[in-house]
Each structure stands twice: as C-alpha cells, then as structure tokens.
Design a protein around this ligand. Structure first.
Ligand code: NAD
Length: 369
C-alpha cells in the first residue's frame, strides 16, 4: 500500500467512526493533500528549545527534511548534526550564513531565534535567494515586519510565519462550522493565553530581545485566534495592564494585559495575555445560534474542542509535523492555506500588538487602520 493511502487510511478511519463530525472529510483531505510532491529542504537557524521540538517533529514529515543547521554555538552544530544526520558541510555559524547561497540542498531557512533577530536574519536569507520561515512573532515591531515582507518580495522568495494552529483540524473544523452559519451571527470571542514564566534572566523577559513580555509571546495566540475564529479583522482595541512583580517584569515587559477588540460586524473580543497564571489556554466563540469552545486551544495538544452540539474528536496531530508538510505544499506547489501563514498575516498581528501597547499607554481606544 502506498504511503499516501496508508496516511489517508490512518487519518480517515477514526473520522469515519465519528458521525458527529461528518463534515470533517474535506478538512482531513486538505491536510493529507500536502503529502505528494517534492521535499522541502530546510535549514534550521537558532537551535534552542522550539527548534528541538520542530526538529523532532520533522522526522515524521512526508515532505520536509532538515538539510542544514545554522547556530551561534559550535557544539550544538556538532550535536545536532550527528543527531539529525546533517553533514559537516551543511553546518554553519551565523557568520557563515552567506555560504548557503546557491546551495541546492536548501530551499528555506526556518528562523527560531529570540524575536529581535527574526527580521535581520530574514532579510539576509531573502537576499541569499532562499524562502524564509520565521517563528512568531515575526518581529518586535511593525516597521521591521514590513521590512521583512518588502525584502522577500524584492528577492522573489516567500515569507511564512510559524502559525502552527492554522493547520490544526479542530480549529479548521470550527471555522468551517462558523462559515456554514452553525453558530449564527458571531457576537463574542474570548481568548485566554498565559503561563507562569520561570527564569527571570531569560530573553523572553528582555524588552530588547523579546519586544515586550507576555503579549509578544503568548498573547499573540489570542490576537491571531480572535481573527481566525471570528473571520474578521478588528477595527479598534482597548487594553489595560496589571503588574505584580516589578523586578521580574521591567519597564516595557508586560506581565498581564487584558484587551478588548471590536470587529466591523459589531462582534467584540475580550482577551487576557499573561505570564502570571498557569492553565490559561482557552478560546470561546459565541453566536446567536451556538458556541464553540477550545480548551486547550493553542498548546501543542491534544486540542480539545466542543460546540453546543457536542465534542469534536479529531485524532491528535503533531502540529509541527503537519505545519512543515503544509509549508512544503505552499512553497513548492503554491497551495493556498485556509488561514494565511504569510508575512501579511504576521504583520496584521504586529499592528494589533502595537495598538494594544498604545492603548495601555494612553488608556484610550485605539483605531486600527
Ligand atoms: P530558546 O531560548 O529556547 O532558543 C533560542 C535559540 O536562539 C537558542 O539556540 C539560543 O542559543 C539562540 N539565541 C539566543 N540569543 C540569541 C541572539 N541574540 N541571537 C541569535 N541567537 C540567539 O527560545 P525558543 O523557545 O526556542 O524560541 C525561539 C523562537 O521560537 C521565538 O521567536 C519564540 O517566540 C518561538 N516559539 C514558537 C513556538 C510555537 O509554538 N510556534 C513555541 C516556542 C517558541
């Protein structure tokens, strides 16, 4: 049996056993359709905690493969090179990045450094003629995000942002149900995103390297989720910041921000971004005819989702495996994902984050253009 048929059988068998998600097949198909076609040859840049998760997940990819490693730490290049079978010739320091130009074994570079460095590396990679994959947030401000988009456009390469939830089956199914009118007119979204952050010395609590605090890191999930769950772009934001630990969360590093967003239809969102509460990972979408709830909603899974009609029970997928196979289909085949993952999508979140910071500062409602 071909691996494709195996895979389809693996995905669709549990789905067929679940009559309550009869609309699932097209969602599942959209995930399986990335399987055939050329392999995406990926260089991982920034070999930290998340790169480790991505690298492991990529071992099960059908269409994406680690072909090069780029790091500021020589010992990591050796260790990772051995572990993932990347030859010495394809291991580079940051200073050697220019060597990837014309290397036929690299299609794209996946940037997984602290946020500050995403734009600089992205622009360099684009100028070397390789596609850019940047982790979220794509930058620490709107200006840099725009520079990334412009550089990739000029170089004729694509720019993708690691929005792994955009390929998650429960998420896609709820969006499909909302589009089919199952929840009626959408009135309200709630997004709760947070965890208690540890080591006070880490880059996530450094304003320069992170661009802020919890909002850049985890609050972005509620912002992005509010947009894909409602299917609308916000036209205003209001926001309030609270801080309990002024030592850990210095000036410009947000501990907790509550924020609200208004949408053209009249729907509103109420969200919480925090580094001070654990077990905070929930989306709730409410309409005139029904609701959807996801808890957890954006963690690595399993994602648990239900609507007013009952639970959705998609089999757990490894988000990063699916994401990389889907990225292969986007970059190689021109596949258009249901929810965008391009630079413009990342820029929209960056604009909202800046508006939220402005709203915190001024105490005023900020209009979004
Ligand atoms: P990390 O601290 O574990 O790893 C960061 C890596 O960058 C390390 O290898 C470190 O040596 C290197 N580094 C540190 N400072 C650097 C600098 N100034 N310049 C260049 N490299 C530097 O962090 P992480 O958790 O892996 O996060 C990396 C990125 O991935 C962040 O942008 C983060 O928001 C994103 N992330 C995304 C998800 C997701 O689910 N999509 C999850 C976690 C992290």
């Amino acid at each position: 049996m071909s691996s494709r048929r195996n895979f389809i059988q693996m995905v669709s068998a549990p789905l067929l056993a679940m009559p309550f998600i009869s609309q699932a097949e097209s969602t599942a198909e959209s995930l399986t359709s990335a399987e055939d076609g050329p392999i995406l040859k990926v260089a991982l840049l920034g070999l930290g905690g998340y790169a480790n998760i991505v690298a492991k997940a990529m071992q099960n990819c059908k269409r994406a493969k680690i072909t090069a490693l780029i790091s500021g730490t020589p010992s990591k290049l050796d260790q990772w090179g051995e572990k993932y079978n990347v030859p010495k010739t394809h291991r580079f320091s940051y200073e050697e990045l220019n060597k990837i130009k014309n290397n036929p074994d690299i299609d794209a570079v996946y940037i997984m450094t602290p946020n500050l460095r995403h734009p600089e590396f992205a622009i360099q990679v684009a100028n070397l003629g390789k596609h850019v994959i940047s982790e979220k947030p794509m930058a620490t401000n709107v200006k840099d995000a725009q520079r990334m988009i412009d550089a990739c456009k000029k170089a004729g390469v694509k720019l993708l942002v690691g929005y792994r939830m955009h390929f998650e089956p429960n998420t896609l199914e709820i969006i499909k149900k909302r589009e089919a009118g199952e929840f009626g007119k959408i009135l309200f979204f709630q997004g709760l995103s947070g965890f208690i952050i540890g080591d006070p010395k880490q880059w996530r609590l450094n304003k320069q390297l992170a661009g802020g605090g919890s909002m850049m890191d985890i609050g972005i999930y509620s912002i992005n989720g509010a947009r894909y769950m409602t299917g609308e772009e916000p036209i205003w934001v209001t926001a309030q910041e609270t801080k309990t630990d002024f030592e850990k969360f210095k000036e410009g590093v947000d501990e907790t921000i509550q924020f609200q967003m208004g949408f053209p239809s009249g729907a509103v969102a109420s969200c919480l971004s925090t580094y001070a509460l654990n077990n905070l990972d929930k989306f709730y979408l409410n309409g005139t005819k029904g609701f959807a709830e996801m808890m957890p909603s954006t963690g690595y899974g399993p994602i648990k989702a239900k609507t007013n009609k009952g639970e959705l029970s998609y089999p757990h997928i490894t988000h990063q495996t699916t994401q990389m196979d889907e990225f292969a289909a986007i970059l190689h085949d021109g596949k258009v994902p249901k929810i965008p993952v391009d630079g413009e999508e990342g820029l929209k979140d960056m604009k909202i984050i800046e508006a939220i910071f402005e709203a915190v500062k001024t105490g005023k409602k900020v209009a979004l253009k």
